[in-house]
Write a protein that binds this ligand. Structure first.
Ligand SMILES: [Fe+2]
Length: 430
């Protein structure tokens, strides 16, 4: 024993050699490298009881995509210039997490899906084309992985890196997940010099598996892999979680939405970039969570057009102040690139009248996908025909419609407020 304890500085669990590819242990266990970037990027090594390629060669076969996951690789069409509010998905039959995966929108590097699993997985799964980011809107269970199990519940993000063998074990009750597929890179924590490392969350909020559940089991273990639209089943004679140890930084993890500690500003409106938690190639992911209301300035989103991104907003919990009463939990809005949107009339009236709430009591998950983004037939099937009318009072409420004296009124108001300043400003020797 050494006098003091030391860490290797790299996460590790269980039985591992002193260094990758080195030492006498490699004559007793089987090392496997999970390497990104052509073995020049993130990497983890797993140490197995049995060779990872011990498949039963005659049993490998491609599955019929239409039969395995008929709604995942869906035909896509251009978004067009219409806002959409998508109803909650109600599956026609109980399917597992992957077999019921339903694609909503996608660009070249990211796809956004929804799944409402109600059946156990019969196989293990590996996504060979994308890292998966789950947001658990409803439900829970255990994500079983080669690196150990991760227990999850409502409000958790789950990150399942590309290629990791895994399986969902569902707890009883309804399950509803939004699922983001990143084809060109793993999610990176969003940081800016203005916020540092610990706003709006810290890396120490991530929960990586540390309990190995090593299985020394013989049988028939099916793994389904996905590469683009091709699903392939292979069968191994030993359990894929025969890992006795691992070391590396390429890992699955969970992250609770309640650990987002939002950026707030008293005198202005924090833009979405201030609420971004993850960046993916071609996408950024934001969390709008419970936070105090701005004391001065806009506490509503201003009217805006996002000129380079489609905005998807999943409503998780709360009163959704910008939804104008038409949005309920579990729904998702799609606001296409360039098309103006912003507060619904009821919300804007509250702001104009100075009826400021103390707290934004909401949680919503926004993923914005770089243009061009396309929409699936399945998403169009969930789209409510009345959503464009959510802004309808702007054409019917006399407060917002044309008045001959409007220009003169605004000119007079501008003159009256010309010297007005925020109350919270520094006042010096006044
Ligand atoms: Fe927006």
């Amino acid at each position: 024993m050494e006098k003091f304890e030391y860490s290797s500085g790299t996460p590790e669990v269980g039985i591992v050699p002193r260094a990758p590819h080195a030492g006498p242990l490699l004559r007793h266990v089987y090392e496997q490298e999970h390497g990104r970037g052509g073995f020049a990027g993130k990497v983890t090594h797993t140490y197995h009881l049995y060779p990872p390629t011990n498949w039963l060669a005659g049993e490998t076969r491609a599955l019929e995509a239409d039969a395995f996951a008929p709604r995942w690789d869906a035909p896509m069409r251009p978004m067009g210039g219409t806002h959409h509010l998508l109803n909650v998905l109600a599956p026609d039959a109980p399917r597992d997490v992957y077999r019921g995966m339903t694609r909503l929108v996608a660009n070249a590097t990211v796809a956004m899906n929804v799944t409402a699993p109600a059946a156990p997985m019969e196989s293990f799964f590996e996504h060979h084309s994308a890292t998966l980011v789950y947001f658990v809107h409803q439900g829970g269970g255990t994500l079983e992985t080669m690196f150990g199990p991760i227990e999850f519940g409502t409000g958790d993000f789950l990150i399942v890196p590309k290629g990791v063998t895994h399986r969902f074990e569902l707890a009883p009750g309804p399950q509803y997940y939004w699922v983001y597929e990143s084809f060109a890179g793993d999610p990176e924590k969003s940081e800016a010099p203005t916020t540092g490392q610990f706003l709006t969350h810290s890396r120490s909020d991530y929960r990586f598996p540390r309990t190995l559940d090593t299985r020394n089991e013989a049988g028939r273990f099916e793994i389904v892999s996905k590469v683009d639209e091709v699903y392939t089943r292979r069968v191994h004679p030993t359990h894929p979680f025969d890992v006795v140890g691992w070391r590396g930084d390429y890992l699955p993890y969970k992250f609770a939405v309640e650990d987002v500690r939002p950026l707030v500003a008293d005198r202005s409106h924090v833009p979405p970039s201030g609420h971004t938690i993850f960046k993916l190639p071609g996408c950024y992911l934001c969390v709008f969570t419970v936070r105090s209301v701005e004391k001065e300035g806009m506490w509503l989103p201003f009217f805006h057009r996002n000129l380079d991104y489609l905005e998807t907003l999943g409503y998780h919990f709360g009163d959704f102040f910008s939804g104008g009463g038409v949005v309920q939990a579990g729904m998702m809005t799609l606001h296409p690139v360039g098309l103006p949107h912003g507060p619904k009339p009821a919300a804007l009236k509250k702001f104009l009248d100075g009826r400021d709430p103390a707290v934004h009591d909401e949680v919503a998950i926004m993923a914005d996908l770089a243009n061009p983004t396309r929409i699936s037939e399945h998403a169009l099937g969930l789209s409510r025909p009345d959503y464009m009318a959510a802004w309808g009072a702007y054409t019917s409420d006399p407060r917002f419609t044309h008045r001959p004296g409007r220009l003169a009124e605004v000119r007079a108001l501008a003159e009256r407020h010309a010297g007005a300043r925020d109350a919270l400003r520094p006042k010096g020797g006044e």
